[in-house]
Design a binder for this molecule. Structure first.
Ligand code: PLP
Length: 407
C-alpha cells in the first residue's frame, strides 16, 4: 500500500483565517447592513505601478515575435533581474552579493517552505512566537516539528522564542542548541525590527554553532529608520551562516503577480557542502523558473521611474500605518510596530483575550482584524492590524475604534 507522509496528518486545521471568515460571515448574515472594513489579511490593495505595467506589456509583445520569444528560462532567473537585484538591493547598501548567489522564484512563501529540502530532518528548528505560520507548518510537514500539542498550541520538537513586550519583541538566543533559526525582520506579525547588535549576536551564535539563519526580509521596503538593517548581509559574518528571502509582493504589489528571490552566499557550507550548490540543485530539479514577462516586470521596479512609483505606493501604506498607530495611541491603546513595517501590533485593553477583542471590533466597530493568538501562544492579548487597505477606509476604521472605546 502506498504510504503517505503522515506528518501531514499531524497538522492542525488552518484555523486562523477560516475562523475569522466564519465569524465575519456569521455577523454579516445577521447584520447585512454592516459596512465592514478589513484590516485583517496582509494583502496589498494598490494597483501595480505604470513602469511595471509598461514593462509587462512590452515583454508580452516580445513573446509574440520569433526573435523575442522565450521558452524555458534559467531556473535561477534571468541575468538581467539577478544583476539588477545585486546592484540595487545590495551593492547600493554597500553589501557585496553576486548574481550567482541570487535565485529568483515565484514567492518567498514557497522558498521559506522549500528551503527545508536541503536540510536534514534531525535539525533542531527555532522559531519566533508569534510567528509567520509557514515556517512552522513547513517544518512539521518535513517531520522536524515532532507532535502537535493542541492544549499548548505548539509542536513538541520546535524551539519557540517568545517575542514579548518585555524583550522588545526580539527573540532571545535559546538555552538549547538550535540548528535552523527562522528570523523575520521587519516582523510579521509584530511589525517590529531587530537592531544591528541583536542580529550580530545571532550571526555570532550561528557561526559558533554551525547553525543556519533563515532570514525573511519580505517587508524590508517599509523600513524608515536610518539605523535599521535592511538585510542580514549588512552584518559581519552573515555570509558564512545566513540565507535571505526577499519578495516583490509587498515591495511592489506583486502578491498576485508572483516574484521573489533567495540569496545563498557562496561561503555558506555545512557538512562539507556548499548550500548554494544544494539550493541550485533543488531548484533545477523541482522548479522551472519564473515567467519571462514577470521577471521583466520585476526588473522594472529597479528603473528610476519604477523606484519612484513603488516608493509612492509604499508611502501610501506607510501613511496608513501612521494613521492607525497614532489614532489608536490617542485613544489610549498601546501599539507596537507600524514605523518600519506595514503591521501594527495592538495590545488589547485590560488584558482581554485576542479573540474577545477581535469580536468586539467586529461587532461594535465593524472592523475586521487578526487575533494575535492565531500566530502562536505569545500572540495572546494582541491584535494585528494591517496598513495595506484603502486610506479613507483606514481612517474611518480608526475613527470607529475610537468611538467604540469612548462608549
Ligand atoms: N514572508 C512573510 C513574513 C510574509 O508575511 C509573507 C506574506 O504574507 C511572505 C513571506 C510571502 O511572500 P510571497 O508573496 O513572496 O510568497
Amino acid at each position: 500500500m502506498t504510504q503517505i507522509n503522515d506528518n501531514f496528518l499531524k497538522l492542525p486545521g488552518s484555523y486562523l483565517f477560516s475562523e475569522i471568515a466564519r465569524r465575519v460571515s456569521a455577523y454579516t448574515q445577521q447584520h447585512p447592513e454592516a459596512k465592514m472594513i478589513r484590516l485583517g489579511i496582509g494583502d496589498v490593495t494598490r494597483p501595480l505601478v505604470p513602469a511595471v505595467i509598461q514593462a509587462m506589456h512590452a515583454a508580452v509583445d516580445e513573446m509574440g515575435t520569433a526573435e523575442g520569444f522565450h521558452g524555458y528560462g534559467p531556473e535561477q532567473g534571468y541575468d538581467f533581474l539577478r544583476s539588477a537585484i545585486a546592484q540595487h538591493d545590495y551593492a547600493a547598501r554597500g553589501v557585496d552579493i553576486s548574481p550567482e548567489e541570487i535565485f529568483v522564484s515565484d514567492g518567498a512563501k514557497s522558498d521559506c517552505g522549500n528551503i527545508g529540502d536541503i536540510f536534514g530532518t534531525d535539525n533542531v528548528v527555532a522559531v519566533c512566537d508569534p510567528v509567520y505560520p509557514v515556517y512552522v507548518d513547513a517544518n512539521a510537514m518535513a517531520g522536524r516539528a515532532g507532535e502537535y500539542q493542541a492544549e499548548l498550541g505548539r509542536w513538541s520538537k520546535l524551539v519557540y522564542m517568545p517575542c514579548l513586550e518585555e524583550n522588545g519583541f526580539a527573540p532571545k538566543i535559546p538555552q538549547e542548541k538550535v540548528d535552523m533559526i527562522y528570523l523575520c525582520f521587519p516582523n510579521n506579525p509584530t511589525g517590529t525590527v531587530a537592531t544591528r547588535e541583536q542580529l550580530k549576536a545571532w550571526v555570532d551564535y550561528a557561526n559558533a554553532n554551525q547553525a543556519v539563519i533563515l532570514f525573511d526580509s519580505a517587508y524590508e521596503a517599509f523600513i524608515t529608520q536610518e539605523d535599521v538593517p535592511h538585510t542580514i548581509f549588512e552584518i559581519e559574518g552573515a555570509r558564512t551562516c545566513a540565507i535571505e528571502f526577499r519578495s516583490f509582493s509587498k515591495t511592489a504589489g506583486f502578491t498576485g503577480t508572483r516574484c521573489a528571490y533567495t540569496v545563498v552566499p557562496m561561503e555558506l557550507e555545512r557538512g562539507g557542502a556548499k548550500l548554494n550548490a544544494l539550493w541550485n540543485r533543488r531548484q533545477c530539479t523541482k522548479f522551472n523558473g519564473v515567467p519571462y514577462v514577470i521577471q521583466r516586470a520585476a526588473a522594472a521596479v529597479y528603473t528610476d521611474e519604477g523606484r519612484k512609483q513603488t516608493r509612492e505606493t509604499i508611502a501610501y501604506y506607510q501613511n496608513n500605518a501612521k494613521v492607525i498607530r497614532e489614532g489608536l495611541t490617542q485613544a489610549g491603546l498601546t501599539c507596537f510596530g507600524g514605523v518600519n513595517a506595514p503591521y501594527i501590533w495592538l495590545k488589547t485593553p485590560d488584558g482581554v483575550g485576542s479573540w474577545e477583542f477581535f469580536d468586539r471590533l467586529l461587532q461594535e466597530a465593524n472592523v475586521v482584524t487578526t487575533p494575535g493568538a492565531g500566530f502562536g501562544p505569545s500572540g495572546e492579548g494582541y491584535i494585528r492590524l494591517t496598513a495595506f487597505g484603502d486610506a479613507d477606509a483606514t481612517k474611518e476604521a480608526v475613527e470607529r475604534i475610537k468611538t467604540m472605546l469612548s462608549k
